[in-house]
Design a protein. Structure first.
Length: 346
């Protein structure tokens, strides 16, 4: 048994960390605490960082932050801890001046890098590099009748439902899938975009009546075009309705390395489409799911049409089996165990 500090929020809506920590706690002592990286006086065998930005509460990084980070890495090393980081992103999602410097400092000071796929595996040839798959979301899976799910969401019962899930980080992510969906000119299918940026802020009738009228008119026009929006974050308790109502899951990313959305789709036994970039493209293509070139409307439309033909086929079962064999919390935690033991016995 070893003592591990996981520098992340155990109660995050994204249950990635929780699923791994719950499994690791069966054989190790794991403290899941962001502040522990800065304030804990305990001795740990392993310090495992998930998102380096989380250590700074996702705020914009300052020169003082960088200096503090270097000092804290040195502090933990003098106490004998081995430091591990999981490479979720190439750089912070929120563009900031010191983001690249932040990542450079972090990766220079760690003993091992966990990759969620093979795409970035050889990037740090002077570190211990291991590939550990993204954990599934089986803890959130609950089967609901499709008709009941669509009625709960107030979505038409006919046709296939294409669900864009995950936080929209860039308006272009949203625009590209809207334009592609319009291009396929479907008469029955619907596109549902969660966490919409386009309709994120709802103007007040009292303060901005004209803006509110325009907001409602635009939303109505999109609905006539079979494009629906949800502007608020979906609660985990409602996930079962969205993913049981959906036939196709879309990861709308433009420039990122990984996407938890595809594993959510796999966990619910759905066809998934996403960008042909990073680990996302490798995983999707490996399981025969359609991929697209980001910002290429023709390519995205083609992937939507291909996905329609895969609904109800063996691809759904294959995705589900992958999620529930390769990506189980037990399998993922076991690979973490192997890494930790190799570092401590080195």
């Amino acid at each position: 048994m070893c003592k591990i500090l996981m520098t992340s929020d155990y109660n995050s809506p994204n249950t990635y960390v929780k699923s791994i920590v719950d499994e690791l706690n069966k054989t190790h002592e794991v403290l899941c605490d962001v502040d522990g990286f800065w304030k804990s006086s305990d001795t740990f065998d392993i310090i495992h960082i998930q998102w380096i930005e989380e250590l700074f509460n996702w705020s914009e990084i300052t020169e003082n932050n960088l200096s503090d980070l270097k000092k804290q890495f040195l502090y933990w090393k003098t106490k004998g801890a081995k430091i591990v980081i999981t490479k979720h992103n190439k750089l912070p999602h929120r563009i900031q001046p010191l983001g690249e410097v932040l990542y450079s400092i972090a990766y220079k000071n760690v003993d091992a890098v966990v990759h969620l796929g093979a795409y970035s595996f050889k990037e740090y040839d002077n570190r211990n590099n291991v590939i550990i798959p993204h954990v599934n979301y089986s803890n959130l899976v609950e089967v609901v009748n499709k008709k009941e799910a669509k009625q709960y969401l107030n979505v038409p019962l006919e046709g296939n439902l294409l669900l864009s899930f995950g936080v929209i980080r860039d308006v272009n992510e949203e625009e590209q899938i809207i334009k592609a969906f319009k291009k396929i000119k479907t008469k029955k299918d619907y596109l549902l975009i969660c966490n919409s940026l386009r309709f994120n802020k709802k103007p007040s009738f009292r303060k901005k009546p004209l803006a509110r009228i325009q907001y409602n008119v635009e939303k109505y026009i999109y609905k006539r075009q079979h494009v629906l929006f949800r502007r608020k974050r979906v609660l985990n308790s409602d996930l079962k309705y969205y993913f049981n109502a959906a036939d196709i899951i879309i990861s709308p990313r433009i420039n990122t390395l990984n996407s938890g959305v595809i594993y959510m789709g796999f966990s619910f036994s759905k066809v998934v489409i996403g960008p042909n970039i990073g680990n996302i493209g490798q995983i999707l293509k490996g399981l025969n799911n359609p991929v697209f070139e980001p910002n290429n409307i023709q390519s995205i439309a083609k992937s939507m049409l291909e996905a329609n033909f895969l609904v109800g086929t063996a691809t759904e079962k294959q995705n589900f089996e992958y999620a529930n064999t390769v990506c189980t919390p037990y399998m993922v935690a076991s690979k973490h165990n192997q890494l930790y033991n190799s570092l401590l016995n080195d």
